[in-house]
Design a protein around this ligand. Sequence first.
Ligand code: C5P
Length: 231
Amino acid sequence: MNMTRVIVALDFSNGQQALELVGKLQPGSCRLKIGKELFTREGPALVRFLGGQGYDVFLDLKYHDIPNTVAHACAAAAALDVWMINVHTSGGGRMMRAAREALDGAEGRRPLLIGVTVLTSMNRDDLAEVGLDTDPEEQVLRLARLAQASGLDGVVCSPREASRLRAELGSDFLLVTPGVRPRGASKDDQSRVATPVDAVRDGADYLVIGRPITQAPDPAAALEQINRDLS
Ligand code: C5P
């Protein structure tokens, strides 16, 4: 069984670049995240191919629509035999329950179902602009609680939110954190970052890491160093 906590973000604009990187890695040492750009360019074929190579794939498409539509999209994702998928928690409890029920009824292994709470790109003013006069952290907690009550397996959160969410939501709820940087690595465009070890110590179960691995001169060595630090 794959025990690694590292999910490598395949933020590439085409499948060839993604496959070049993946060719340097091993399925036992990481999982892979395919997001909207790569999926829109390469489609289910790439997802199936990487799954066939033995990789656990996190299909990061952040579904957000009426319950019936999201439920069918989740079932379609499950048919790709992916390991993890996600939905926007702001779609509401009915939408999340419909997603969970669709996965429970789907054939094959059930993907983990993760919620996106408040996008980390949104600050208090952005929330006010869409009619939410609330502190982003409180909104994150509110949505994470709703996700848990609606049958989701966990949420995506910033490493800075992890310890509070872990304390509030208990040990059975998965926390998936981007914004992770090994000590000394470039922050790129991330403003608040944590090291892999700190993120896990604060309660993260899985770490989404892109550029520190994908843009490293030796991606396999960068990944191995992170796995070593974590063990
Ligand atoms: O290259 P880097 O490690 O910054 O990549 C982080 C990945 O996590 C990217 O795919 C990015 O879109 C995603 N992500 C993020 N912050 C969030 C949610 C997702 O960086 N709040």
